[in-house]
Design a protein around this ligand. Structure first.
Ligand SMILES: Nc1ncnc2c1ncn2[C@@H]1O[C@H](COP(=O)(O)OP(=O)(O)O)[C@@H](O)[C@H]1O
Ligand SMILES: [Mg+2]
Length: 247
């Protein structure tokens, strides 16, 4: 094997090790926050007398922290499983419009709360693992609803293209810088660190989208400029698994 190839291989291995280290460090860091809160509240609770309101609030607050931990563990397990080399997915032919409508229905109430509407257009047939398709789209929609400007419209467009079927989710909101766009599909990466403590933000949603697209041998991408952000998914057509796994 020529030296250049050996060096390239060593480079890839080193990058792989670095990523593993980074993910463990990020995971430990993200678990530490809710666990520290739980520990603090549990230690203080019996020692210091408090009013009833405090004790009534405590289970709710603990529940939220436990929900964060549980969400993170579920997502980490999903990612670990998706990375197994022999991981098989169950692809079937589906009416993408129907599947999009089903996922959007689920978000209608949350969108309404934020005065945001969801408009669906286009359509076509896809060859997808239905549960994984729903999960990927739900992750994009939950972000779109969260980051959409109040009273704006989220657009979901499905379009048959030469390489399969593309599904795009666009919302009006903060522009994601080119640097952040590069890293946004990485595990635990969040542009807005103030969201870090939210029970619904594990920083894993987009890395799960990326894994789901790799399992489909498709790809996902982001475009963001002038206050409009679009996330795209490309699902290859039936039985052509030759697409790259680039983002
Ligand atoms: N539609 C969007 N508009 C602006 N920023 C977004 C959007 N979707 C995702 N992001 C940014 O990408 C980060 C990672 O998203 P994600 O992986 O879903 O994690 P989480 O939603 O748990 O924070 C978010 O924290 C946010 O900073
Ligand atoms: Mg998310």
């Amino acid at each position: 094997m020529p030296v250049t190839q050996i060096n390239a291989m060593l480079g890839r291995l080193e990058q792989g090790f670095r990523q593993i280290k980074q993910v463990s460090a990020d995971m430990a860091h993200d678990l530490r926050t809710p666990i520290t809160t739980l520990l603090g509240q549990t230690e203080v609770a019996p020692g210091t007398p408090r009013d009833n309101a405090y004790y009534q609030r405590l289970p709710g607050s603990n529940y939220e922290e436990l929900q964060r931990i549980s969400c993170m563990i579920d997502n980490m397990l999903f990612l670990a499983q998706a990375e197994q080399p022999d991981q098989e997915i169950q692809r079937v032919r589906v009416d993408i419009t129907e599947e999009i409508a089903r996922v959007c229905d689920y978000f209608d109430d949350i969108a309404l709360e934020r005065n945001v509407t969801i408009k669906v257009s286009g359509g076509g047939t896809g060859w997808v693992d239905v549960l994984l398709f729903r999960r990927a789209l739900a992750n994009l929609l939950s972000n779109a609803v969260r980051y959409a400007e109040p009273e704006s419209q989220i657009e979901v467009v499905a379009e048959p293209v030469r390489e399969g079927i593309a599904v795009r989710v666009s919302n009006r909101g903060p522009t994601i810088s080119p640097d952040d766009q590069q890293r946004i599909f990485d595990r635990f990466y969040r542009v807005d660190l103030s969201r870090k403590d939210s029970a619904h933000s594990c920083g894993l949603g987009l890395s799960i989208v990326s894994s789901i697209m790799q399992l489909h041998h498709g790809r996902c991408w982001v475009e963001s400029s002038s206050g409009v952000t679009t996330f795209g998914l490309l699902f290859p057509p039936e039985k052509t698994d030759a697409c790259s796994d680039q983002r």
